[in-house]
Design a protein around this ligand. Structure first.
Ligand SMILES: *Cc1c(COP(=O)(O)O)cnc(C)c1O
Length: 425
């Protein structure tokens, strides 16, 4: 065990400040990072790794992007927190609204967890109803109401997926399988009058990458409108990842509330929720739904987010990123086929997933049937070849604008070698 890990385990639970970082999902010892630049991570033990994890999504411009870093430094020199509103916060909120018009009003918070938690509280306060519906395999941060899983028996009976959450809380969250309209319909039919919101990742990117089936999101929109529940799109990953705006722009479906995070902070802590003005005005100080944050809209996160979004708006790298990811995923599929591996490589925009399965993966249940031993073996092989993919089969790989053609060729070579060395697990 390396000396950093020894120290970490003695002072931090599990040695990490967020569980996936412990690498338990791939049965590996976590490395420590010294610094990062562009598409590369440098580890404390002197390795240079091509990073396909990218802090789980925020770094669409790569690590330590010049404009982002210089904007953060300039802001820091003027003070790191005032807890009084700044003009920069207005610019960020205006930029978000211009790109995601359904977010008529925007509240900045400090994490995606806070954004989703607040969106649910707001939906409950606005509708006067208690229950929410979520989908298994979607992640919306770690608020109590979100850490709920479908029960194995009766449809719709759910239980907490974490200790420390009273069953009485968990009962207010209904769970349906992602992409299963009939299950969602049945739950809305039964609980409609008490349903405050349906929350969904419009593209599921926290169980690997699972795309919505045609009609799934449109039908959810209809069901919400008919039942009076609010539709919440959790676009913490998809926001500004696939186009300059949300996935809602690409699928042309308008949610009532939207959650953002990750890219809008450019690697600094942030979250945002927004939506219809009449709903948003139910938040304190105008309305009765309480929400607050000492460091909400802090100058450093806002500077980092503004620099990131302004760079994206000026350069619009989305078509290029998508082409690169599409070509890369196609090469991986071809290579896996040549090697005789049963591998699915779903891809959308600059995201792709790696499922060891002989059939397409469309739900959380499907993801549970994938070969996680093969994924762990691939993770190890790639790491030995200088490639870092997310340390869990349930995360997705990302490209950044720093992943240029030459670098992707190098990475492809490493994948090819790693596939060949996998054998049967
Ligand atoms: C990452 C993520 C969150 C949680 O954001 P944090 O900033 O980690 O709290 C919520 N929803 C989705 C879809 C995410 O990917």
């Amino acid at each position: 065990m390396n000396s950093f890990l020894k120290r970490a385990l003695s002072v931090i639970p599990g040695g990490v400040n967020s569980p996936v970082r412990a690498f338990h999902g791939v049965d590996a010892e976590p490395f420590f990072v010294r610094e990062a630049q562009g598409a590369y991570l440098q580890t404390e033990d002197g390795r240079k790794l091509i990073d396909f994890c990218l802090s789980f999504g925020p770094l669409i411009l790569g690590h330590a992007h010049r404009a982002v870093v210089s904007t953060i430094i300039a802001a820091a020199k003027k003070g790191t927190s005032y807890a009084v509103t700044t003009e920069a916060e207005l610019r960020l909120a205006e930029l978000i609204r211009s790109a995601v018009p359904s977010m008529e009003k925007v509240r900045l918070v400090s994490s995606g967890t806070e954004a989703a938690m607040t969106a649910v509280r707001l939906a409950r306060g606005f509708t006067g109803r208690a229950k929410i519906l979520k989908f298994s395999g979607c992640y919306h941060g770690h608020a109590d109401c979100m850490l709920v899983q479908a029960g194995s028996g009766v449809a719709g009976i759910a239980s907490a997926s974490s200790a420390g959450i009273p069953e009485a809380f968990a009962r207010e969250t209904l769970v349906a399988p992602y992409n299963d309209l009939a299950a969602a319909q049945a739950l809305v039919q039964e609980h409609g009058a008490d349903l405050a919101a349906v929350i969904v990742e419009p593209i599921a990117a926290n169980m690997g990458l699972v795309l919505p089936k045609p009609g799934f999101l449109a039908e959810l929109r209809q069901m919400c409108t008919a039942s009076g529940a609010l539709l919440i799109f959790d676009e913490v990953i998809t926001g500004f990842r696939l186009c300059f705006g949300g996935f809602q722009k690409l699928c042309a479906i308008t949610p009532d509330l939207t959650c953002l995070g990750k890219i809008i902070g450019g690697g600094m802590p942030i979250g945002a929720l927004g939506g219809r003005s009449d709903i948003m005005d139910h938040l304190a100080p105008l309305g009765p739904v309480y929400q607050a944050g000492t460091l909400s809209g802090n100058p450093l996160s806002v500077a980092s987010g503004l620099a990131t979004l302004e760079t994206l708006a000026a350069t619009l790298p989305y078509a290029g990123l998508e082409q690169a990811a599409e070509a890369f995923a196609a090469e991986l599929r071809a290579c896996a086929a040549r090697t005789g591996l049963e591998l699915q490589v779903p891809q959308y925009g600059s995201m792709f997933g790696l499922f060891f399965s002989n059939q397409p993966v469309e739900s959380f249940a499907d993801t549970q049937r994938c070969n996680s031993k093969m994924f762990a073996a691939l993770f190890h092989k790639l790491l030995q070849s200088g490639i870092y993919i997310p340390p869990s089969p349930f995360e997705v790989c990302f490209l950044s604008t720093a992943h240029d053609h030459a670098l992707l060729e190098t990475a492809l070579h490493a994948f090819t070698q790693s596939f060949a060395g996998l054998g049967n697990q």
